[in-house]
Design a protein around this ligand. Structure first.
Ligand SMILES: [Fe+2]
Length: 182
């Protein structure tokens, strides 16, 4: 499946948002494939990663994030599960939507959603499959924010940033970084 068929259904080529989404998604896809290449013993599905990584942020246009041209109505943190809803509605196999839902932060637990009263459905949104973990990790290396777009993060920097959100995020990322030899 060509991810651009779907992306072009919801985003307009030539707009700032399209450019931000495509550039970020390409970088994340490349990084995901680079990580997957080093993990043949875990047998990641390369073709799935190639498409799912391009689609992981497809829900961002439904949220409000002025700095990158998102003119939706709901908080940015909702882009993961809204992306899942969208891919499910488009008839994709559920694995694609789960990548969207589980990639924000280092995944978000149900407990974290409830304790912090996050505007998300109360369920575990933590990566489980090897492909979900790889794409979630790869996503942390690059920011969509134009202020940081040229900056590539290192694992220690990513861990420090995740620590600010919640120590559990940093812990999960650290475990995966070790598992993937990052
Ligand atoms: Fe992303």
């Amino acid at each position: 499946m060509d991810p651009f068929t779907l992306i072009n259904k919801f985003y307009t080529p030539g707009t700032k948002l399209y450019q931000v989404l495509i550039e970020h998604s390409r970088i994340v896809t490349e990084k995901s494939l680079e990580i997957a290449d080093t993990l043949p013993h875990l047998k990641p599905d390369i073709e799935f990663i190639r498409t799912a990584a391009m689609l992981h942020d497809i829900g961002i246009f439904l949220t409000r994030a002025d700095s990158i041209g998102c003119r939706g109505t709901v908080p940015y943190i909702c882009h993961g599960y809204l992306g899942r809803n969208l891919l499910d509605e488009q008839g994709l196999p559920p694995e694609y939507g789960l990548v969207c839902e589980r990639h924000t932060g280092a995944g978000i637990t149900r407990e974290n959603i409830l304790v912090n009263k996050l505007p998300l459905p109360p369920r575990d949104m933590v990566p489980i499959s090897i492909e979900e973990k790889i794409i979630c990790v790869a996503d942390k290396y690059h920011s969509k924010n134009p202020l940081y777009a040229d900056k590539k993060m290192t694992p220690p920097q990513i861990i420090a940033e995740l620590e600010k959100i919640h120590p559990d995020h940093a812990k999960r990322f650290s475990i995966w970084a070790e598992e993937f030899n990052l």
